[in-house]
Design a protein around this ligand. Structure first.
Ligand code: NDP
Length: 328
């Protein structure tokens, strides 16, 4: 029986269990491309799936892991052949389709993008879903018309994965970046990534007024709840906030005031089902606009055997920047 190493999630009497085991190759799901996975990563959703804290996994047994980069082993898809270097993020891996914390993955060829020229598989996973989401958010702000001339931009959850890539990218594009963090000890790290100002996230987390003093022209929010409500109430006339996360809560206790009195826009960002055309465009921008030295600075490497230990840490907001997982 052919097997490969994988982090397997099973249903238990109470909740779920996660273990590094040998997975039977015959249990791989349908797909027209089989990939030798080389690198993966730890995203917030991976933390939820591995700990079972939220019902992310909807099929058992499951292999956890949302993202992978690797080399095609076999393909019956016209776009891919053995030896091609590919990247996959989202598409329900670790939710409804067997995921990425494994030496092998079988997926639909339509889900894959080519590893960008000049980028290694490890660097692509240092980006991963979190960095891809940060870039989708930046592109949404640009589409809204935001430029550095409009004023400062704010990034919440700044020392996390989405936040770190957002800070570095916006700063490289010439924006004055205000980084909001709960970790004062990471102020120098955030300045190193390009933040012009670092503020305490407590300034934004308490319930505020429907309209407050205008502080920024735009922002990227991975926190949600009262933080997002305050971001909106502090956005300048005509500005926009890209909302991509819920690290602080899923609710949005806001009012219509910023929208109808200041023309502020709330831009929703989803990376999971993002169609192929904007997906490829975002990866092209990542290849062009992400500073590799800064990406290296925000990246920590762990082995597959350390993923189960890392999962509760990302949910507790204790992981800094991005974490890559060496698979083979
Ligand atoms: P991380 O855990 O790396 O980053 C989240 C950061 O948010 C933490 O580092 C911390 O930053 C801050 N934070 C954590 N808890 C709280 C809290 N209770 N109140 C305020 N701030 C808090 O996760 P990711 O960067 O991987 O993901 C961030 C969010 O974005 C998650 O909610 C995730 O589900 C979502 N997401 C959504 C995607 C989409 O497609 N829409 C794709 C990817 C992620 P600090 O210490 O600096 O304050």
């Amino acid at each position: 029986m052919a097997t490969f190493k994988a982090i397997r999630i099973d249903k238990a009497d109470k909740g779920t269990t996660a273990a590094l085991t040998q997975f039977d190759e015959a249990e791989l799901m349908d797909g027209d491309v089989t990939v030798a996975v080389e690198w993966s990563t730890v995203n917030y959703k991976d933390g939820l799936a591995v700990t079972g804290k939220s019902p992310v996994v909807r099929r058992f047994p499951m292999i956890a892991g949302v993202d992978f980069a690797g080399t095609v082993l076999e393909s019956s898809h016209p776009g891919w052949k053995a030896g091609d270097k590919v990247v996959s993020t989202g598409w329900g891996l670790s939710e409804t389709h067997l995921g990425a914390y494994a030496q092998k993955a079988r997926v639909k060829g339509d889900w894959l993008v080519r590893l960008p020229e000049g980028m290694t598989a490890r660097q692509a996973m240092a980006i991963g879903t979190a960095g891809f989401t940060a870039m989708l958010s930046v592109m949404a702000l640009e589409k809204h018309g935001l430029t550095p001339n409009n004023g400062p931009v704010v990034v919440t959850g700044a020392a996390g994965g989405v936040g770190s890539v957002a800070v570095a990218t916006l700063s490289k594009l010439g924006f004055h970046v205000i980084a909001s963090t709960g970790r004062a000890a990471e102020a120098d790290y955030l300045r190193g990534l390009g933040a012009a100002e670092v503020i305490d996230r407590n300034e934004l987390s308490a319930p505020g007024k429907p309209l407050a003093k205008e502080r920024w022209a735009g922002g990227i929010d991975s926190v949600g709840s009262t933080t997002l409500a305050n971001l909106l109430s502090m956005t300048k006339y005509g500005g926009a906030i890209a909302a991509c996360g819920l690290a602080g809560g899923m609710d949005l206790p806001s009012s219509v005031a910023p929208f109808i009195l200041r023309g502020v826009c709330l831009l929703g960002i989803d990376s999971v089902m993002c169609p192929l055309t904007p997906r490829k465009a975002a990866w092209a921008r990542i290849a062009k606009d992400v500073d590799h030295a800064k990406l290296a600075e925000m990246t920590t490497e762990i082995g597959l055997d350390e993923v189960i230990g890392a999962a509760p840490k990302i949910l507790a907001g204790q992981l800094r920047g991005r974490t890559v997982v060496k698979i083979s």
